[in-house]
Every structure is written in structure tokens, then in C-alpha cells.
Write a protein that binds this ligand. Structure first.
Ligand SMILES: [Mg+2]
Length: 341
């Protein structure tokens, strides 16, 4: 028994790793100062409000406390109504609400709990009881925090490539679909780049897979450095990357691809203590007036253009040119010839 008692008091004496803000709403000045001094003594940052309206306003702040002690009977707005509003707003992260009540009628308590209170204490309350109730609330909030972090980690894992940190294939294709729909709606162009590292197999064979991985990571870093914030670069396959460029027509897509090609060719990559020249070839496809369901066509055309860039000697950009070339694709062909010269 002694050991259990010792564990309990150890738990109680280390209530807080850091100061946790607690919102208090209490109209009675005696209870107000009592709550303030108790909470402060236990290491909480007590934020006192004098009625329900003040409390509700305080809960709107971006850094609003996640733990709230609300008196039931207050002027302007009672604690149950504050609680109801907090739940209706569906706060995330969750707000843990402890209701203080002088009432003892069990029907009232049902009303308070149905409004979304997590727990209640009847006034006058015992200080130690309030303390452990607050600790229980903190535990719930900590658990919820961990759940949110785990959920976020899972979301990142499910949508990103573990090696390069870029979007994974599933996610970048999903974005392509979404951006095509948006482009169709807003009548804006869209370009797609298919980027492939040149002779990547040789890097792996000569320098080993670890060096190969380092090259892929550096390639991702360079691509991200030259793309805009709303572009979506993703790892499409082994050494192949798909980049979605919302708002870019054929010409802008080509210019953007050139920028990436240059970012690779400009200086050698460092991998595994060695320095090596790494280049890439890029295929560009685009649509000036997107229609839903064009994702496959854009990927296929970028792929064909990439094949063309590889055939013409690598370390170059090629734009897809259809059998019936438009004025712009003719201009692009000229632009490509110009940059090759
Ligand atoms: Mg009151």
C-alpha cells in the first residue's frame, strides 16, 4: 500500500512539464481568486474571465487554452452555453471542459454533460479533487495530441516518397487530376514535365546504391529549389519524376524544364564523398484548355517527348509536338533548335 501511495503522490507533485494555460470563467470574485491561486500554485497559467461571453471570446484566440474550467451560472452567457458553442465549433485540437456547478439536481448535470462537458465538480469543491480532475483532462489532451501527430505522420507517409521526401506517385497523379479539373474550370493552361536522370544505372553500378540514393535526394532538392511553391514535383518511379505546373502553357513549361535541366548540369553532384556529373532529360506536355480526363494523355505525351530528348543525346528538354502542330508548338520547336545551337 505504501508504494502505491508513494507513486500517487509522485504523480501529483509532477503535474506539469511545462506551464499549461487553463481558461477559467467564474463570476464570483471569491472563487475567482481561489481558482487563480490554486491553478498558479499547481503550475498552470490561469487565464481568468468574468463571464461566459468573455470566456467565449477568449476561446476564439489562435492560442486559446485547450483546458477550460467553466462556472455554470454566469451573467451574459452561462457555462453550459459556452460549452455548447465550443462543441458546435468542433475545435481541433479538442478543448477539455470541466464544468463547475452549485446545482445538485441530477437533471441539470445531464444537461451540462449533454452540452459537451467532459467532467464536472460541485461547488464548494475540494482542492485536491479539482487538481486530479485537471490532471485527468490533461491526460486526455495529451493522448489526443499524440493521436493527431500519429495521424499527420501517417498522412505524410502515405503521400510522400520516403527517400526523397517528394510527393509519391499516387499523390502526384492525384494532384494532376485535381489540377486538370481546376484548369478546365478556370480556363487556365497546365504543363506536365517528365524528368529522367541520365545513365542512372551507371551511377548505381559504378558508385553503389547508397551513392545512387544520395543522387536521387540531391536531384529532388535541386528540383524543389527551382520550382514554384504551387508546383507539384513527385517521384514517379525509380529515377523518374513527374512535375505538375499549374497555370503554365507550353512555353512556360519548356522554360521551367530548361531551368531544372540547368540546375542539374550546372555543377556536379556530391554523393558518397565523390563528385559526379549528373544530367537529366525532360519531356514537356501541356494543355492550353484542359478537359477533364486528360491526365493520361498529358503523361503519355510528356513520356513521348522524354523519349525524344533521350534519343537526341540526353541532357536536354523536348516538348511534345502533335501531328497537327499548333502555332505555339512550331515556335517551341524553333526555341528548342535555338537552345541546342
Ligand atoms: Mg456563478
Amino acid at each position: 500500500m505504501e508504494s502505491i501511495g508513494a507513486i500517487q503522490s509522485a504523480n501529483l507533485s509532477s503535474d506539469l512539464g511545462q506551464t499549461m494555460p487553463v481558461l477559467v470563467a467564474e463570476d464570483n470574485p471569491v472563487f475567482q481568486s481561489m481558482l487563480r491561486s490554486m491553478l498558479t500554485k499547481w503550475g498552470y497559467d490561469a487565464r481568468i474571465t468574468k463571464n461566459g461571453l468573455e470566456a467565449w471570446e477568449a476561446m476564439q484566440a489562435a492560442d486559446a487554452p485547450r483546458l477550460a474550467v467553466l462556472d455554470w451560472m454566469m451573467p451574459y452567457m452561462d457555462g453550459v452555453e459556452v460549452c455548447r458553442r465550443i462543441r458546435t465549433a468542433a475545435h481541433e485540437p479538442y478543448v477539455y471542459v470541466l464544468l463547475l456547478t452549485a446545482r445538485t439536481d441530477s437533471q441539470d448535470l445531464v444537461e451540462g454533460m449533454e452540452a459537451g462537458a467532459d467532467d464536472y465538480l460541485t461547488k464548494p469543491f475540494n482542492a485536491q479533487e479539482l487538481r486530479v480532475r485537471l490532471r485527468a483532462g490533461r491526460r486526455i489532451l495529451d493522448l489526443q495530441q499524440q493521436l493527431m501527430e500519429a495521424r499527420e505522420a501517417l498522412r505524410v507517409q502515405a503521400t510522400h516518397d520516403a527517400l526523397t521526401g517528394l510527393l509519391n506517385r499516387g499523390r502526384v497523379v492525384e494532384i494532376l487530376f485535381a489540377e486538370i479539373a481546376r484548369s478546365a474550370r478556370e480556363r487556365r493552361p497546365l504543363a506536365v514535365l517528365m524528368v529522367d536522370l541520365d545513365h542512372f544505372k551507371q551511377i548505381n553500378d559504378t558508385h553503389g546504391h547508397q551513392a545512387g540514393d544520395a543522387v536521387l535526394r540531391e536531384a529532388a532538392r535541386r528540383m524543389q529549389a527551382v520550382t514554384r511553391q504551387y508546383d507539384a514535383p513527385g517521384r514517379y518511379g525509380g529515377e523518374e519524376f513527374l512535375i505538375v505546373l499549374p497555370g503554365c502553357g507550353a512555353r512556360d513549361g519548356y522554360v521551367q524544364a530548361e531551368r531544372i535541366r540547368e540546375a542539374f548540369a550546372r555543377e556536379p553532384f556530391a554523393a558518397g564523398g565523390e563528385s559526379m556529373a549528373v544530367t537529366c532529360s525532360i519531356g514537356v506536355s501541356s494543355s492550353d484548355a484542359c478537359a477533364d480526363g486528360e491526365a493520361c494523355r498529358l503523361i503519355r505525351e510528356a513520356d513521348e517527348a522524354l523519349y525524344d530528348a533521350k534519343n537526341r543525346g540526353r541532357n536536354r528538354v523536348a516538348a511534345f509536338v502533335s501531328d497537327q502542330p499548333s502555332a505555339e508548338s512550331l515556335a517551341l520547336t524553333k526555341l528548342a533548335k535555338f537552345s541546342e545551337a
